[in-house]
Design a protein around this ligand. Structure first.
Ligand SMILES: [Fe+2]
Ligand SMILES: [Fe+2]
Length: 411
């Protein structure tokens, strides 16, 4: 099966996975094996669905790599968050049902613990009918995955706890699921404003971590509520909110480095990545490779280096199943992720430059790290400027002439 952008769907392409209804992801809008008509393609786009999995006989093994159960667990969380947030917006006295969040996160954790493909970010919830819901779900999932990868670091950074407790990631997932809950108290006009925000509007948005913290404080474990408060702090101290002395109201020192709770540091990088790879009212979704590259080149110092290194080991620059065009014009599908060569994955050619299906031996898999060939396009984006090296992801100093003062990801 292949991951195909909805705008690239062609008649007669058959769905490899059912497409869930955005408003109720436990039900399906389209069933597996349906051939997608033009009318269906328009409907999918209207509903904000960005990608679907389609059948490709030679890539059926991806069915087992990108396991359908992962999608089910993610949708369970999405539905839970949707139910809760909608009730909360509708009813003035509604309370968030934190226990239901915890239980759906536990199900996801059990799945991740037992899955056979190792810790790797494989798939995300792919809808855009409500950014806050999908973003919260994706950040919760990604942060739990990263927390599992960093279990040794959690033990080191949470020394006051016994190791078994220190590496427990459900509270991390819970905090991340709720990290932007304060945005429900910020006006929609500001949140969805398509043009540049005024300084006053920016100040308003920057209140959401503190507002969210007040909403969840005492209802969820302290470490989870700290994620809500601190997910916009930066390792170099350039984040917010500025902390105040609770007695005097005086500003305290800037929160930076390992003074930021470790769960907050994990949430930060997952939040930035998911926001930049998601479609927004004011911007299109960027490919993962572009965002990972920009985070390295323009956001140096924002993230805990240990967390950042682990992040690049679990998040593929080219998600498995992505269709790309190589520099020789062949169209190919990405079939694996090797953190040692993030931008030179193994690919399987599927079409010649003239659009004809590839035949043996041209359809044999190619390890791009061993040949003089690179990925040229993902969709219509020329990704060559974003192909980064693993040394950069591991924090090796870069050529300074490539650094820019602007910050395209965090801006
Ligand atoms: Fe936020
Ligand atoms: Fe966020």
């Amino acid at each position: 099966m292949l991951r195909v952008r909805v705008e690239d769907l062609r008649p007669n392409m058959r769905l490899a996975r059912p497409v869930p209804l955005p408003t109720n992801p436990t039900r399906y809008l389209l069933q597996r094996d349906v051939c997608v008509s033009d009318e269906m393609r328009r409907r999918l786009a209207e509903l904000g669905i960005s990608e679907v999995w389609i059948r490709c006989d030679e890539l059926e093994f991806l069915e087992t790599v990108v396991d359908a159960e992962l999608g089910e667990r993610q949708r369970e969380i999405y539905s839970c968050i949707r139910r809760n947030f909608e009730r909360f917006m509708r009813l003035a006295d509604a309370k968030l049902d934190f226990e239901s969040f915890r239980s759906s996160l536990s199900n996801l954790f059990d799945y991740l613990k037992n899955n056979t493909t190792g810790i790797c970010f494989l798939d995300r919830v792919q809808v855009f009918d409500d950014y806050l819901l999908t973003h919260s779900t994706n950040v919760g999932y990604l942060a739990m995955l990263l927390g599992m990868k960093l279990d040794w670091y959690l033990i080191k950074e949470r020394k006051s706890l016994p190791p078994g407790k220190a590496k427990e990631v459900i509270s991390l997932g819970l905090g991340c699921l709720l990290h932007d809950v304060g945005k429900m108290r910020i006006s929609k006009e500001i949140l969805d404003k398509p043009s540049r925000l005024t300084p006053d509007e920016m100040d308003e948005i920057r209140k959401h971590p503190s507002i969210g913290y007040e909403m969840v404080k005492g209802e969820i474990p302290l470490v989870a509520s700290q994620v809500v408060l601190h997910h916009h702090q930066r390792w170099d101290g350039k984040g917010y909110p500025r902390m105040l002395n609770s007695q005097t109201g005086e500003p305290l020192d800037v929160l930076a480095g390992d003074k930021i709770p470790i769960f907050g540091r994990i949430a930060t990088i997952c939040d930035v990545f998911d926001a930049a790879t998601s479609k927004r009212v004011y911007s299109d979704a960027k490919p993962s490779v572009q965002v990972l590259c920009e985070m390295l080149r323009y956001n140096a110092g924002c993230f805990d280096p240990v967390v950042q290194k682990a992040f690049y080991e679990i998040v593929p620059a080219f998600p498995i199943g992505t269709v790309v065009t190589l520099t020789n014009g062949f169209v190919a599908a990405v079939v694996d992720f090797d953190p040692k060569h993030p931008c030179q994955p193994r690919v399987k050619p599927i079409r010649y430059p003239d659009g004809e299906p590839c035949r043996y031996p041209d359809n044999r898999e190619i390890d791009l790290s061993t040949v003089d060939l690179t990925i040229h396009f993902q969709g219509d984006v020329d990704v060559r400027p974003f192909l980064f090296e693993v040394a950069e992801a591991a924090g090796t100093p870069r050529d300074e002439s490539r650094l820019s003062v602007s910050s395209p990801v965090l801006a």
